[in-house]
Design a protein. Structure first.
Length: 242
């Protein structure tokens, strides 16, 4: 019995040390996320946001309006500050939608993929939008979830079955972060009516507003141009879907 207690104690200590080391490593890895660029706020300041109510908490940023057309849940890319999507979120709110940008643990939504589900609205039609790793998580949230009607993936692909949803996939010409074979295989998870739109001149990082990203291609268009093209396609898609 004494020997068993010693083994148990050593096991608990070893597990505790491993957990501490894991969180230290995670903290170091996630210590320098991509941050929004100042020119994003400059462009936001040109918008009339008087009718938008903005609230920020530890795990979300919300932009809400009166009599919303639907509820949009936005999942950021991995290691990207959620505020990097403020321009997209505010413009979608100006189109009449409540928008919640999820603030993931360590800026990695994949660590807690189901946590963001609490921001879905039981009284409104829900649209889940995800960029990069956030798109992967978006498919996890939407799969087998009757609250979600539409899924929009930006520079991303699904890893779970969302064939019962209306799906828009937006890619970019110079997004070399995307593995084509993986992307092609992922299409098994959507139905034949999915919409694919490729932004000519765009790249991976400009789906957000945080500047150049390591391993990404160089864009031929500005961030503002790409963001506005993204908004145009999302609004067209939602107008036809809802």
């Amino acid at each position: 019995m004494l020997k068993f207690k010693k083994i148990l104690k050593r096991t608990i200590i070893s597990l505790a040390v491993l957990i501490v080391l894991f969180f230290i490593a995670l903290t170091i890895y996630a210590s320098n996320p991509y941050q929004p660029l100042p020119d994003m706020q400059t462009n936001i300041d040109e918008l009339n946001t008087d009718d938008i109510d903005t609230v920020e908490k530890y795990d979300y940023i919300s932009f809400t309006v009166s009599d919303p057309l639907g509820n949009i849940l936005f999942i950021p890319g991995g290691l990207v500050n959620p505020h990097s999507y403020d321009y997209l979120a505010i413009n979608l709110a100006l189109e009449g939608y409540n928008v919640t940008v999820y603030k993931p643990f360590y800026d990695l939504a994949i660590l807690t993929p189901k946590w963001a589900s609490k921001f879905l609205d039981s009284d409104l039609e829900n649209i889940v939008i995800g960029h990069s790793l956030g798109g992967v998580v978006a498919s996890m949230i939407a799969s087998n979830n009757d609250l979600v009607s539409e899924v929009i993936l930006m520079g991303s692909y699904p890893i779970k079955d969302i064939s019962d949803k209306d799906v828009l996939i937006i890619t970019a010409e110079h997004d070399i972060q995307m593995d084509q074979e993986t992307f092609d295989n992922s299409l098994q998870y959507v139905n034949d009516q999915y919409i694919l739109y490729d932004i000519l001149g765009g790249n991976h990082a400009q789906f957000g507003w945080y500047g150049p990203q390591k391993g990404d291609g160089e864009a031929d268009i500005s961030t503002l141009e790409q963001q506005n093209l993204v908004l145009q396609k999302i609004i067209e898609f939602l107008n036809n879907a809802i």
